[in-house]
Design a protein. Structure first.
Length: 283
């Protein structure tokens, strides 16, 4: 039996999160359906299954693929991960994203799910955060990337039953892009589905901060690439896939420093499918 929850436009984001994020960020509440009012009546926003993941209920007839990550994976409403089900009917694609989640907790959630359920393919997206919490914290408050470098090999060496794939984090705000007047492109009005474009959460844009974030996240991607190479783990390099050179293109695909714009979710699903076929995970 699933509980249906209608979104109240008056809710703050933290109140809304309290309806789907478990205490201590252990994951998502299972068996919940979130709907919102539209002029045409109630509309599905997103749903969680009995596993506590976004997406359909696994029925044992299709291989299960789960993408684990932070809010970039969680997405807005029905995300690019769930949309993979629309273009690959012989697959059950589940969204293991959790807003504000750090790389180590993402690994913990992935590991625990694989002990409880049969997951055929796990894609690990380390995300942007470094300690639990939804706030966007400056790099001086972040845990060192070496923690990821220490724990990730242990997870790889334990060898989960299913296929394990590593994924890099797209970083569009490179030193080359910093040479442009990036704040001139910010448009905090509007909606993330159309014209909204900003820096990141409550942080104020500054070149020193941006450079520190770039270095930190580049190091994280280097760790992921290094682990893939060292241990022979398959890699999906989204960072290279979204290496754009113009702000116009970046605004088309992202609504801030790290989040994909919902309008391109369908294209992102196709990219993921193409990568899975390249890796011969799917035919």
């Amino acid at each position: 039996m699933r509980e249906v929850i209608e979104l109240d436009p008056a809710w703050s984001h933290s109140i809304f999160q309290s309806f789907y994020i478990l205490p201590e960020r252990r994951g998502l509440y299972p068996n919940r359906v979130f709907v919102r009012k539209t002029g045409a009546g109630p509309e599905l926003f997103f749903e969680t299954n009995s596993w506590g993941l976004k997406g359909p209920e696994p029925d044992g007839t299709k291989p299960v693929l789960a993408v684990w990550g932070d809010s970039v994976v969680f997405g807005h409403g029905r995300s690019w991960v769930e949309m993979l089900n629309d273009i690959q009917s012989n697959l059950c694609a589940l969204n293991g994203g959790l807003e504000g989640d750090d790389p180590v907790n993402i690994l913990r959630r992935m590991w625990e799910a694989n002990q409880a359920y049969k997951v055929d393919v796990n894609i690990y997206f380390p995300g942007w955060h470094a300690r639990p919490g939804y706030a966007c914290d400056p790099p001086s408050d972040w845990m060192p990337n070496p923690m990821l470098a220490d724990i990730l090999p242990k997870v790889i060496e334990q060898k989960m039953p299913g296929k394990f794939i590593l994924c890099t984090v797209p970083i569009w705000l490179t030193p080359a892009m910093m040479q442009q007047d990036v704040p001139a492109y910010f448009h905090p009005e509007g909606n993330i589905t159309d014209t909204y474009f900003a820096f990141w959460g409550n942080l104020t844009y500054g070149k020193d901060l941006v450079l520190n974030i770039y270095r930190y996240m580049s190091e994280r991607n280097d760790i992921v690439r290094g682990m893939a190479s060292k241990y022979g783990v398959s890699l999906i390099d989204l960072d290279k896939r979204f290496a754009f050179s113009t702000m116009e293109k970046i605004r088309e695909y992202f609504f801030d420093l790290c989040h994909f714009r919902p309008a391109i979710y369908g294209e992102l699903s196709q990219i993921l499918l193409d990568e899975l076929k390249r890796l011969k995970v799917l035919t």
